[in-house]
Design a protein around this ligand. Structure first.
Ligand code: UTP
Length: 277
């Protein structure tokens, strides 16, 4: 079954400058916990305990976060503050972490391909930690997708309906509805203008991918801005076999943009969802 989860986290996070000048976007906190930790908690909840991070220059804080800080632990040892570290200690105990660096930021497809040595020849999940997904009423989004993978044994992308005016910010899916929450994908279009969008079903930052995706990405030429998108490789997978789009249960916040980040912060604070693990 699926045991590995890849976190592409090498992007520059330019929408958060100057905050992200020397700090990874994925370390931005939602209340008291960094985005990346929410993502790894979601992965572990889904049974994925081998965590691979694709990092880049200036991202060392990510590695330090998933390691023990002896001085700090010594300082707060025996005080009530220790409770704040319980969640991260559990992740360190129960997961393995491996890292590789993307040298040139050539897009999400390229970042996933860079993670190939951490994954090998097995199906795996991908989490973009700047999409915060919460489902406090039930299983997390990745857990829902891993369950679906058991059924379909093919790549799965998480989708949500977005306003027509926003299609140009997403990969948009076209396909055949096979269940109220599942679409068998026939085509995906990267960032279409509203008038060209085949639907309003937008791919968000959760994927389950079969390992043939790596060769398909390798065969994908760079597109706009010299970036290699994942959409082209997924399109080829859909053509050759099957890709399912899944309308997940739960709520997703686009924390890669300031408005979504503030919304997530307010939501987590008001609902008292911080420090859940
Ligand atoms: P984004 O385009 O949202 O992230 O990529 P970005 O480039 O960091 O942000 P802005 O637009 O400049 O503000 C989606 C995800 O893919 C990763 C990012 O880290 C993010 O998690 N990514 C993107 C890479 O790892 N490498 C890349 O070359 C591009």
């Amino acid at each position: 079954m699926i045991e590995k989860c890849l976190f592409p986290a090498a992007g520059y996070g330019t929408r958060f400058l100057p905050a992200t000048k020397s700090m990874p976007k994925e370390m931005l906190p939602i209340v008291d916990k960094p985005l990346i930790q929410y993502g790894v908690e979601e992965a572990l909840e889904a049974g994925l305990h081998h965590i691979g991070l694709v990092t880049g220059r200036g991202k060392r804080a990510l590695e330090d976060h998933f390691d023990i800080s002896y001085e700090l632990e010594d300082q707060i040892s025996g005080t009530a503050k220790e409770a704040a570290l319980e969640g991260i200690r559990r992740l360190i105990r129960e997961c393995t972490f491996s890292y590789t660096r993307q040298i040139e930021m050539k897009g999400l497809g390229h970042a996933i391909l860079t993670g190939r040595p951490l994954i090998g020849d097995v199906p795996f999940a991908v989490v973009l930690a700047d999409d915060l997904c919460l489902n406090p009423e039930g299983p997390g989004v990745l857990a829902q997708m891993v369950e679906l993978y058991r059924q379909f044994r093919c790549s799965i992308v998480a989708v949500q309906d977005v306003p027509l005016a926003e299609t140009a910010s997403y990969g948009i899916v076209e396909g055949e509805v096979i269940r109220e929450d599942i679409v068998r994908v026939t085509r995906m279009v990267e960032k279409p203008k509203p008038e060209d969008a085949p639907s309003t079903l937008a791919i968000i930052g959760r994927y389950v991918l079969t390992p043939d995706i790596f060769d398909l990405i390798e065969g994908t030429p760079a597109g706009r801005n010299g970036e290699i998108q994942i959409t082209d490789a997924l399109n080829e997978q859909a053509r050759r076999g099957c890709v399912m789009a899944y309308r997940f249960k739960g709520r997703r916040f686009d924390c890669g943009a300031v408005a979504g980040y503030v919304e997530a912060t307010n939501h987590v604070y008001q609902q008292g969802l911080g420090r859940v693990a």
